[in-house]
Ligand binder design. Structure first.
Ligand code: PBG
Ligand code: ZN
Length: 343
């Protein structure tokens, strides 16, 4: 059929028709076929709000560029988040006083409650999410009430913890939180929080559940930042075993049935398979948290000149989105927004 000047018997090494490089040759073509794009509006910035001196600032050694901030710093970050048109911020509290049952977590004058009120007064159009857990407020650093149970074992007891989490969530709601984000991994907390929010007049306030939260070594730097490293034991009695995927599907289904509006997976980069499966099976808004250790790894390698920080940041965030995340929580939020704006 075709006429060739040269030896007709010689087969080409690569079939000429199905070449994939044609649409990669120039940025014009790459743009045209690009499937995934990031948008600042789907990105949430985590902030560490410290109680006390409004001018307080304390850099977190293991997270270069991230600080514990007093109210002034928090408000500055919120202003920047609004200017960058981020999806919002999520607040973690660092209280002045901790105790066995994390009382400051559900104190209406606590660090989160007062911060939310101050932020919403100034920036009503900024979405402010609040993390609901006890580990930042307990002196032992555990996510719940610790007791010796009938079998003689020290346990984080589920139902007593859920009662306190409900109080914490309602107190965040009353302060003006726009999104309640329980990160504790107790059983039944989404349903319990939903029920009490509803009877308290917050029927329209959504819940973003940390649903598939793995027991991960990548939370280490966060615990430096929040001062929430457990004084004994670990979090494996409530956070999920990294080896399990089917269980992730079960907990997500349960959280949706209990009333979760957004489901979250974390860490992000080591759970891309889980993100994809959840997105496909449940078609819910699916958030992924690029956690502290993911941040620190990129920053450490970048500081050593081993990787190009900006490039790896965008690569990871794009991959998380491509896996199926519709929302990303990341300490790189402002930086990513800046990089996006420059494109
Ligand atoms: C609190 C909480 C943690 C994170 C979010 N909420 C820490 C933990 O479970 O120990 C981790 C976030 C990060 O590492 O950036 N339960
Ligand atoms: Zn916790």
């Amino acid at each position: 059929m075709h006429t060739h000047d040269h030896d007709e018997l010689e087969e080409p090494l690569v079939p000429a028709r199905a070449r994939t490089r044609r649409t990669r040759m120039t940025e014009m073509h790459r743009r045209l076929v690009r499937e995934t794009s990031l948008d600042a509006s789907n990105v949430i910035l985590p902030l560490f709000a410290a109680e006390g001196d409004p001018k307080f600032r304390k850099p977190i050694a293991s997270m270069p560029g991230v600080e514990q901030l007093g109210l002034i710093g928090i408000l500055k970050q919120c202003e920047a988040a609004l200017e960058a048109r981020l999806g919002g911020v999520i607040l973690f509290g660092i209280p002045e006083h901790k105790d066995e049952v994390g009382s400051e977590a559900y104190n209406d004058e606590g660090i989160i409650q007062t911060s939310v009120r101050e932020i919403k007064k100034r920036f009503p159009e900024l979405l402010v999410a609040t993390d609901v857990c006890l580990c930042e407020y307990t002196d032992h650093g555990h996510c719940g009430v610790v007791e010796r149970t009938a079998n003689g074992r020290i346990e984080i007891v589920n139902d007593k913890t859920v009662e306190l989490l409900v109080r914490e969530a309602v107190s965040h709601a009353e302060a003006g939180s726009d999104l309640i984000a329980p990160s504790d991994m107790m059983d039944g907390r989404i349903g319990a929080i939903r029920e009490v929010l509803d009877v308290s007049g917050f029927t329209s306030l959504p819940i973003m559940s940390y649903s598939a939260k793995y027991a991960s070594g990548l939370y280490g730097p966060f615990r430096d930042a929040a001062g929430s490293t457990p004084t004994f034991g670990d979090r494996r009695s409530h956070q999920m075993d990294v080896a399990n995927a089917e269980e992730a599907m079960r907990v997500v289904q349960r959280d949706i049935e209990e009333g979760a509006d957004i489901v979250m997976v974390k860490p992000a980069i080591s759970s891309l398979d889980i993100i994809r499966r959840i997105r496909e099976q449940f078609t819910m808004p699916t958030a992924a948290y690029q956690v502290s250790g993911e941040y620190s790894m990129i920053m450490a390698a970048g500081a050593n000149g081993w990787i190009d920080e900006d490039r790896v940041i965008m690569e990871c965030l794009t991959s998380i989105k491509r896996a199926g995340a519709s929302i990303i929580l990341t300490y790189f939020a402002l930086r990513a927004a800046e990089l996006l704006a420059k494109r």
